[in-house]
Design a protein around this ligand. Sequence first.
Ligand code: LMR
Length: 347
Amino acid sequence: MFKKITNLLTAISFFAVTTLFGFSASAQQTPIVIKLSHVVAENTPKGLASLKFKELAEKKLPGKVQVQVFPNSQLFGDAKELEALLLNDVQIINPSLSKFDRYTKKIQVFDLPFLFKDSKAANAFQNSAEGKALLKSMEDKGLIGLEYWANGMRHFSTNKDFRVPADIKGLKFRIQASDVYESLMKAFGANGQKMAFAEVYQALQTGVVDGQENTFSNMYSQKFHEVQKTIVETNHGILDYMVVVNAKWWNGLPADVRKGLAEAMKEATIYNNKISQEKNDEAKKAIMDSGKAKVVKLTDAQLAEWKKAVAPVYAQFEKDIGADLIKAAQKYSQPAQPKAEKPATKK
Ligand code: LMR
């Protein structure tokens, strides 16, 4: 009897010990899996910075996190990625700032044409109090912005030769899901067609659209230059990103993990912003060297025609975005860029 009880106690304590240790060992061995999905190629500022984030996060939080990066719309494309984030099917995404207008009208400020004279001006605004506040502007919708990542300046391309807005009258352009860009194409006398990034090459190749607008890095990595005749350096806007997370998921992470991830993201941001100009310069050179699309610089007079045409866009969006926010952004691009046309007052 005594032996039976001893055996039973030994079995119970063995079970307790193995369960306890087994459980804590497996808890330690089960890293939090974080999926990061984006739509561009790996050899772009965003593609490389996403991989840098993975490297830094896994180094800072060994065994605690595993970051899986899915480039090229492999996991989710433009149409689905924000919804998927809200469903927690993906934990981090970094869409272009043009793709948030369903969630906030304020972020449309970044799409206003010729608002920023260059990437540096955009970066200075993003680091200002107003810029940082926009990272938090979608919290009520379940999205938290962690950082801005730069890509660079956007340019127009088409399958014909062109210099000024009159030359693109009536042409069809692929645009991102942005109401500001839809209005911009109208202001130029052209038509904007909203389309996911992954579909653009084929649409250009088959003539579904005549042109598009993007950074050199995106044009080169997607081979747009192979199916376009002319790229004009319009520098009409920035193509930057917001790294966003699902607020509930983020706030529910263990504090040390959240801190480590935030630090890794900050470092990846510095890396991204360091390589973005360089990657775009390399891509521009590669396009020029390819002898495919011609890259054209505008004269001051030609550029003035593009700038003059955009006043109605400011008039249309000033109310939703807020005149103060537009002014705050313009401050970094003195002398002032285009102003909203005041509607004529009735006498
Ligand atoms: C586009 O849709 O053209 C870009 O936003 C793609 C990207 O993420 O750079």
